[in-house]
Design a protein around this ligand. Structure first.
Ligand code: PLP
Length: 366
């Protein structure tokens, strides 16, 4: 492999799904594969894990269509539901499950004809105040959904906004409210099909939040959503690693600037490695001094401004690195959680921003 490339370790993915099954033995497992499976490649991943999970969740209807067009047969949930009445045609044709979080969606659902009744997820706002119906409307919406001929099954769902922080009281508050609302609906109705609130954070730290369906995203990819922790702390393994190689080594005297904008200057004579990866591959441009890469068994630090296609790394005067040597940006040696913290972004951002120029390979050779 000699290009700028991401390796997707399918064994790690499989391991992570087994870990999820261990942690949530009584829950359906809905794999969240929105945003191109967090940058990992939605179709490839979904095809690989379809036999191991109970369903997929995506954010946009187009993502669901791509999955079905590539042969995915298991349930697909549209986490934000539909955005227009016309979307119901696709929902019906492709047999999607949809979130219902506002009055418009309810009326579109009511006024269309579907090929066969569908499963819906009544989305409740338990405190994030992004999507979801107000708690006071839950029993009313639920009753209406029970009446609709287009509705085969009804789940209720909500989402935490603080579950990336350990033991935050707001998470308890949301969970308590969700359980309380659960009491107010008729769960003995034949259409009732369970409830779901936990994403990765809830899965790892709030066993009482698992209920009958969990929706893991980040942790399934082997990345911890919890501040100050690594996926390995929970015995999960990173799925994506990002690599490139040295394409030049420059020997510079003390006091010579490197790269655009004269941002950084050598203070002693040193060797600078030029690595073929830049912001055009999705690496952040705005990084602090001391951001590392991994090369030949050690960390070396990025210096100067990141360019579109390249970056420069201070290798040190005595270094023995050669043109062609491999560089890791995140993966086995540089945990993505650590890199994200250094840069001041979240890991979600790093993986989803890797661009299509990067070559992806999917492997079980680990
Ligand atoms: C993205 C998303 C998830 C998955 O979240 P992670 O933190 O990546 O596990 C689950 N549920 C909803 C509604 C989401 O939008």
């Amino acid at each position: 492999m000699n290009e700028t490339h991401a390796i997707i370790n399918l064994n790690a993915l499989e391991h992570n799904i087994s870990r999820l099954r261990e942690i949530t033995p009584n829950s359906q497992l809905i794999a969240v594969v929105k945003a191109n499976a967090y940058g990992h490649g939605m179709v490839k991943l979904a095809q690989f894990i379809e036999p191991k999970v109970d369903g997929f969740a995506v954010a946009r209807i187009e993502e669901g269509v791509i999955l079905r067009d590539h042969g995915i047969k298991i349930p697909i949930i549209l986490l934000e539901g539909i955005f227009s009445k016309d979307d119901m045609l696709l929902v019906s044709r492709y047999n999607f499950e949809i979130a219902i979080h506002n009055r418009e969606q309810l009326s579109w659902l009511e006024s269309c004809n579907v090929l066969q009744p569908i499963k819906v997820w009544l989305k409740i706002d338990t405190g994030m105040h992004r999507l979801g119906i107000h708690p006071s409307l839950v029993s009313n919406y639920y009753k209406q959904l029970c009446q609709l001929k287009n509705v085969a099954q009804i789940g209720i769902m909500s989402h935490f906004c603080m579950s990336d922080t350990l033991n935050h009281p707001y998470t308890d508050k949301q969970l308590d409210l969700f359980k309380q609302l659960h009491q107010t609906i008729d769960v003995s109705h034949p259409k009732f099909a369970g409830s779901s609130i936990a994403a990765s954070g809830g899965i790892l730290h709030y066993p009482e939040s698992h209920l009958n369906t969990v929706r893991p995203g980040l942790i399934m990819y082997g990345i911890s959503p919890i501040d100050e922790t690594f996926a390995s702390d929970y015995n999960f393994k990173p799925v994506m690693s990002l690599h490139s190689k040295l394409i030049a080594i420059r020997e510079l005297e003390a006091g010579e600037p490197v790269g655009y904008g004269l941002k950084w200057c050598t203070n002693t004579a040193t060797k600078i490695g030029v690595v073929a990866l830049g912001y055009g591959d999705g690496f952040p441009r705005d990084i602090p001094e001391g951001t590392p890469v991994w090369i030949n068994g050690r960390k070396a630090f990025i210096v100067g401004n990141i360019s579109m296609d390249m970056m420069t790394v201070n290798l040190g005067l005595e270094s023995k690195d050669c043109v062609g040597d491999e560089v890791e940006f995140w993966g086995e040696h540089i945990p993505i959680e650590e890199l994200a913290k250094t840069i001041g972004v979240i890991s979600y951002e790093l993986v989803t921003k890797v661009t299509s120029r990067v070559k992806f390979s999917y492997t079980t050779d680990f």
